[in-house]
Design a protein around this ligand. Structure first.
Ligand code: GP9
Ligand code: MN
Length: 409
């Protein structure tokens, strides 16, 4: 009920950090272009397979961007859709099931809705059946004006592989639609080619497969490389169409691509004897790149604060000069001086500057060894509390009361 929300609101207000004044509003009124990069994990960035770069485009792009190298995915069973939920609501997805299915008609106060109320046109692009992950219903609740789904793309046998339309064609056709949208726009594009089981035709392979007895791990590298090349072309097309300069571009990895069933081959690739619990948690890092033409190309930065997908919403809103003092969210502005070094994973694991907590055990991050649980205890209570509050908001549809309140003000 409303009282429950008041308690949660107190917690949230106490958690809030003052945004960086230099960056607040630096991207005001710009178009926002967000790309969800399928199954992209951070370990491939600036790394090689058979002596060749796996992500040459992203490696260069990072040099003209803010790049977060200790950024964790926080998804559960809802995979891509959980990542979307985190990025746009700054609430945690659920511990079981996919919130896109179970609570799609809740009241939300997501970034697309907030920007729509500020005069933005909002659209999402994904070349899959519109009801996959219940997106057609959920996108309405999140405040999208338009969902360009499978029906809006020209998909043939030649331009598809695996799950469907190949990323390069997806971006090419999406840009043709983008050109027709009113500006400023907020758009999200969701890639697909780098999806398990990582199928790719010979002609699209720009790096060889890795060599191990794990075919999934082997195949991951060429599809990542293919997605990287597609992203490069996307940015070129944006430039060509005059959609680049006045935009802010955010690229994020949605969740892991290589599960722990493949630890043996991963250990081989990373040159380790085994994948320890700390290694496993570190492998949950996904790239986050924030690119602001005219700003980040002048002063690129690698930011190593521990952070997660939950932190994107307040960060983006502040870059656009939008105040979040009345917003209900659990993330913290990534550029806030005193942003906490903390990432809470959906299974209750968490990461701080020095520790990793997993399966009721506290580990020293540097050595990977078990340490006394008291080291993790100062955070453990907060982590439980925060996940519980977020779940309460979703299960109780509590933002109903919040919106009433906002409207009465
Ligand atoms: C499906 C695509 C992939 O539309 O988003 O979904 P995933 O299996 O990664 O959640
Ligand atoms: Mn996915």
């Amino acid at each position: 009920n409303g009282n429950e929300l008041a308690e949660i609101e107190n917690y949230i207000r106490a958690n809030e950090k003052e945004p960086d004044q230099q960056l607040f509003g630096i991207a005001k009124d710009r178009n926002v272009i967000i790309v969800s990069m399928e199954s992209l994990q951070s370990f491939v960035i600036n790394n090689q397979v058979n002596g060749q770069e796996i992500t040459p485009f992203l490696n260069d792009f990072i040099k003209e961007s803010y790049y977060f190298d200790h950024f964790y995915h926080q998804t559960g069973q809802g995979k891509t859709s959980d990542a979307e939920f985190l990025i746009e609501n700054s609430l945690y997805p659920l511990g079981r099931g996919a919130v896109f299915f179970t609570h799609a008609t809740n009241e939300y106060h997501a970034t697309p809705e907030i920007l729509k109320n500020k005069g933005y046109y909002t659209a999402v692009f994904h070349a899959n059946n519109k009801s996959f992950w219940n997106r057609d219903v959920m996108y309405h609740s999140l405040g999208y004006d338009r969902y360009f789904s499978l029906d809006d793309f020209h998909v043939t046998e030649e331009n598809s592989v695996g799950w469907g339309l190949k990323d390069q064609h997806f971006f090419e056709q999406s840009v043709a639609h983008l050109k027709t949208l009113p500006q400023p726009f907020y758009v999200k594009l969701i890639t697909l080619t780098n999806h398990f089981p990582f199928e790719l035709e010979e002609e699209d392979r720009m790096v060889p497969e890795y060599t191990s007895n794990d075919r999934t791990v082997n195949r991951y590298f060429p599809t990542v490389r293919y997605m990287d090349e597609s992203l490069k072309m996307f940015v070129e097309w944006l430039k060509k169409e005059g959609l680049y300069e006045n935009s802010v571009i955010i690229l994020y990895g949605d969740h892991y691509g290589i599960s722990e069933n493949h630890n043996e081959a991963m250990a081989q690739y990373l040159g380790k004897e085994e994948i320890t619990p700390v290694d496993h948690v570190q492998l949950q890092r996904v790239p986050l790149i924030i690119h602001i033409p005219g700003v980040t190309d002048q002063h690129p930065k690698v930011i190593s604060k521990v952070a997660g997908q939950i932190d994107v919403k307040p960060t983006l809103l502040h870059l656009l000069g939008i105040d979040t003092k009345n917003d209900i969210h659990f993330g913290q502005d990534l550029f806030a001086q005193d942003k906490l070094n903390l990432a809470i994973l959906r299974d209750g694991s968490f990461v701080t500057k020095d520790y990793v907590y997993k399966d009721n055990t506290c580990y020293d991050k540097k050595t990977g060894l078990k340490t006394d649980n008291s080291q993790c205890e100062p955070y453990a209570e907060k982590v439980k509390q925060e996940l519980d509050y977020s779940d309460k908001i979703i299960y109780g549809d509590l933002l109903r009361f919040y919106n009433e309140k906002a409207e009465n003000e």
